[in-house]
Design a protein around this ligand. Structure first.
Ligand code: KG4
Ligand code: ZN
Length: 332
């Protein structure tokens, strides 16, 4: 099969991102990318404001597209995130992709944002062995997904309430850290004692692969209310350890039960160094392959969307421009 070049478009939350990747067999590399984060715009509100996000996407998407898209050397396909995400934010990317496909005749591929996060593991990586178990941990998702082959996704379990990223962000808010708080908790945790505060490990000893982080967040709230002069470092270290224990505990159990050959980590929380190091160590103990994308590719980006698009193009899974639409609740 000849190499394919895929343009990716991502606008599901607070990053506007356009990328061009080239896929050849199992290898994918990034040729070009241009992104703009909206963190500075949203941080004064303490979180992402959907209408503000959509407006910022509309302003940024054309200048970014211009940096990556070449009329003289057009891509083989256009891949766009069409869900899940914020409805009005998704629409900006989807309508841009639809118009470009209509105007140029380049085929269109609809990509699920979670599918994109998982495929971030295929960028510049050694070939991934199937069956693979993927832990998806982001601001909106905490899921364990089994991939027996490309584009085959079986959800083993997900969070019943808050996502792991939300658990980080909400505790960070209690401490007065700016949005997004995950990286700030993680930084403060490095000087703390992980055993200082006994936070619960929700659902860890229960069977199955569901998660729940709402209770952990509430216990953090009570702790902060009772201990106004707490040690921020100890609080962050103990809280981070509770989240990491639950995530790696369930992942290792699923890896054994489903006899996978590799374990993949992805999503914004995959940037957490403690989680990466712990999971890498535990997976190596089992003698399995471990993969996590480089830190910049853990955050929302269009290269991962283009990479998922590449594997869909190889399987000839296209969506006509007349049929594509933003699907904020799209479940894989
Ligand atoms: O995947 P992502 O960029 O956006 C979503 O699709 O949600 O994930 C963003 C989430 C935020 O909750 C952020 O706090 C969290 O990832 N995050 C981290 C770290 N870096 C980002 N959480 C813990 N430790 C980090 N180092
Ligand atoms: Zn994401």
């Amino acid at each position: 099969m000849k190499p394919l070049r895929i343009l990716g478009i991502e606008s599901s939350c607070d990053d506007t991102s356009i990328a061009l990747v080239e896929g050849n067999g199992e290898n994918v590399r990034i040729l070009k990318e241009a992104s703009k984060s909206q963190i500075d715009i949203h941080k004064e509100f303490g979180g992402v404001v959907p209408e503000v996000a959509a407006r910022a996407h509309s302003e940024m998407i054309m200048p970014l597209l211009k940096q990556v898209y070449s009329k003289k050397n057009p891509p083989d396909a256009i891949a766009v995130t069409s869900g899940p995400g914020l409805a009005t934010a998704l629409m900006v990317g989807v309508e841009t992709a639809r118009t470009l496909s209509f105007a140029t005749g380049i085929p269109l591929i609809s990509v699920n944002h979670i599918e994109g996060h998982m495929y971030s593991n295929w960028i510049n990586s050694t070939p991934i062995q199937f069956p693979a178990l993927c832990l998806v941990v982001s601001g909106g998702h905490t899921e364990l997904i089994l991939m027996k082959k490309h584009l085959s996704f079986k959800k083993l379990g997900a969070t019943r309430d808050d996502a792991a990223g939300e658990a980080f962000d909400k505790a960070a808010k209690l401490l007065g850290f700016e949005y997004p708080g995950g990286p700030k908790i993680s930084r403060a945790a490095t000087d703390g004692n992980v055993n200082a505060i006994k936070f619960p490990r929700p659902m860890l000893s229960e069977p199955g692969y569901e998660f729940s982080f709402a209770g952990l967040k509430t216990s953090a709230l009570y702790y902060v209310q009772k201990h106004p002069s707490l040690s921020v470092a100890d609080f962050c270290a103990s809280y981070e350890q509770a989240i990491v224990d639950v995530l790696f505990g369930k992942t290792v159990r699923a890896a054994k039960e489903f006899k996978v050959k590799s374990v993949l980590l992805c999503g914004g929380v995959a940037a957490n160094k403690k989680l990466r190091a712990t999971l890498e160590h535990e997976v190596a103990e089992l003698g399995l392959q471990f993969s996590a994308p480089p830190i910049p590719l853990c955050m929302d980006n269009a290269a991962m969307i283009a990479t998922a698009g590449y594997f869909k193009a190889r399987a000839k899974i296209y969506t006509p421009w007349q049929k594509i639409s933003a699907n904020p609740q799209w479940e894989l």
